[in-house]
Design a protein around this ligand. Structure first.
Ligand code: ALL
Length: 319
């Protein structure tokens, strides 16, 4: 290709600039933007897509303050892949990791390795096991909701539609996740307070397909079942399909947790009674801001509780 003289000068100048840039030393740490990694769980779950969107919006509004690396895993049970992701972020020498752990214990050693490498670690959404953290000498702040309180909100709302002695079932999240345990406890609190009877409580591992199988079995074993309390909305979708498949639509109430769009539609149609909004988009933002504060040196030491709100047909209709 032939270049006009002015073009040649311009490209020589550009080439020289590139060479200079390539030879120049990297900017000192204080001058470059920190890189923060958001390590999430299953990106097949709308909850985490909402979380990622919230994080990306925040980064765009603060693009001079930090760069964002957002990662997730393929399915809810892929814990070892999430450990690998944390290891990768350590190898990339990011400045902070905001972690929503798939498993409250299995992610502690990787978190410890990150902290030992001088990386700020912030735990969001699902709390890392406090006893194991203490044992490993790792102090990690937790930014997230009171899951027991959130589940109790949905359970209490459901209980108002039932009478003492009515049979209900619980579909739990992944048992190795602390928020799954807390939600089960919150459902149990509500059920006990209303004198309802739990005839079955089993893990659905946060997944729609697994919950569908679990609820199908609960329905056939318990013909008088009046309601299913699901620890997240993916499982509530599985429960609704199981109820329809068993020909019991309209006779078995369902509550969930997360406020994903598919469940909002089912609430409007009267096929799900309620869910709990834990503001996935804000959850990541709180974690990112926490990490930024830590990187600026104003160490926020205490945990930060984020809001949970009940979502029902009335709240969706608005005032
Ligand atoms: C939890 C979230 C959710 C979600 C689940 C699935 O940590 O809080 O409610 O559905 O992860 O991974």
């Amino acid at each position: 290709m032939k270049l006009a003289p002015t073009r040649i000068v311009a490209s020589l100048a550009a080439g020289a600039a590139l060479v200079t840039a390539a030879c120049a030393a990297p900017p000192p740490a204080a001058e470059r933007r920190p890189r923060i990694a958001l390590v999430m769980k299953s990106l097949a779950n709308e909850f985490f897509l909402t979380m990622e969107r919230g994080a990306r919006d925040h980064q765009r509004q603060h693009e001079r303050e930090y760069d964002l690396l957002a990662n997730g895993i393929k399915d809810e049970l892929d814990v070892s892949r999430q450990v690998d992701l944390v290891e990768q972020m350590i190898a990339e020498r990011v400045d902070a990791i905001v972690l929503a752990p798939a498993d409250s214990k299995a992610l502690v050693p990787a978190g410890k390795r990150a902290a030992d490498a001088g990386i700020v670690v912030v735990n969001i959404d699902n709390r890392l096991d406090p006893a194991l953290l203490a044992e490993r000498g790792l102090a990690v702040p937790f930014v997230g909701p009171d899951n027991r309180k959130g589940a109790r909100l949905a359970g209490d709302y459901l209980a108002r539609r039932l009478k003492a002695g009515d049979e209900v079932a619980i579909v739990e999240g992944l048992p190795t996740a602390e928020n799954a345990v807390q939600r089960r406890l919150g459902f149990e609190d509500a059920v006990k307070a209303a004198g309802l009877k739990i005839v079955s409580s089993q893990p659905g591992d946060w997944e729609m397909a697994k919950a569908n199988q679990v609820v199908s079995a609960q329905l056939s074993e318990h013909p008088a079942l009046k309601a299913v309390l699901c620890a997240n909305d993916s499982m509530a979708l599985g429960a609704v399909a199981a109820i329809k498949g068993a020909g019991r639509a309209g006779h078995v109430l369902v509550v969930g947790f997360d406020n994903i769009s598919a469940v909002r539609d089912l609430i409007r149609e009267g096929r799900v009674l309620a869910t709990v909004d834990q503001h996935a988009d804000q959850l990541a933002v709180f974690g990112l801001e926490f990490a930024l504060e830590s990187l600026r040196g104003s160490l926020p030491s205490a945990d930060r509780e984020t809001p949970v709100d009940l979502v029902t047909a009335e709240t969706l209709r608005g005032p």
